[in-house]
Design a protein around this ligand. Structure first.
Ligand SMILES: [Zn+2]
Length: 257
């Protein structure tokens, strides 16, 4: 059966209420597992390891089969006076300053990754996946992710496994809701993308906390998931990687797109 991987981005104490609503509504549709992209200290304001309510909520979800994925440390990247025009476009206009791992040095990235893993140690299990905030991962930061021992990373266009298939191309659906014009473009783009990916072995759907607050967006997310569940099995990224992309299995799937 073909696969559906749903990921919930930006999971933190700041977004817990929206993320819980998303998880519950997805469960109502038949999604009982997903990858939860956790920010250990969202914008420096929400340390997960000192928030008992968040820890309990997250621990329960992991026990039920949801996958925790490390999603940066603070998530935000401060603008620098030395930023080029392209860097400013990429990190400010395109992502609203959320590309924490866009140009981190290797040493600093290693330190934040270790700190993130320590902060999520309360979950009592190994974390295999790392997804950079805004999917922006620089060369040095990627080397750090590999060095620290993560098995896979994702970006908007692929899933990359360090010990198996080098890069599995698969475009993720994701909605941009920061401004009305972005929502309109997103709705049209994702509808077309969902049709284009209809026959592909893997369908990836990335959901952000704000998506469930915008009726047109949330309705489209749910309708695409409902259609996908007709002939796709919902999996977390770690399960998809283990079942299809690790060395023993990497001949099973043709490239995604
Ligand atoms: Zn994010």
């Amino acid at each position: 059966m073909r696969a559906l991987v749903v990921s919930v981005h930006d999971v933190s104490p700041l977004t817990q209420a929206s993320c819980d609503k998303i998880v519950q509504e997805l469960r109502g549709l038949g999604i009982g597992t997903a990858s939860l992209l956790v920010i250990p200290n969202h914008h420096g304001k929400a340390p997960v390891n000192t928030d008992p309510g968040f820890k309990e909520w997250m621990t329960n979800l992991v026990r039920q089969g949801y996958e925790p994925v490390l999603h940066g440390y603070y998530h935000a990247r401060s603008a620098k006076p030395t930023d080029t025009r392209v860097t400013r476009f990429t990190t400010q206009f395109y992502t609203a300053g959320e590309g924490e791992f866009f140009d981190l040095g290797r040493e600093e990235a290693v330190e934040r990754l270790h700190r993130g893993m320590d902060d999520l140690a309360f979950l009592g299990r190994k974390i295999y996946g790392f997804v950079a905030p805004a999917w922006l991962l620089g060369y040095e930061a990627e080397a750090a992710v590999r060095k620290v021992g993560f098995s896979y990373i994702t970006n908007v266009g692929s899933v990359k496994v360090f010990d198996g298939v080098h890069r599995y191309a698969s475009r993720s659906l994701v909605w941009s809701t920061r401004a009305p014009w972005r929502r309109i473009v997103s709705l049209a783009w994702n509808q077309r993308l969902a049709s284009r990916l209809h026959e592909k072995p893997l369908l990836r759907i990335g959901i952000h906390p704000a998506d469930c607050e915008i009726p047109a967006v949330w309705s489209q997310v749910k309708s695409i998931i409902t259609a996908a569940l007709q002939d796709r099995q919902p999996l977390s990224y770690e399960k998809f990687v283990a079942d299809h992309l690790e060395p023993a299995h990497n001949a099973q799937l043709p490239n995604g797109c």
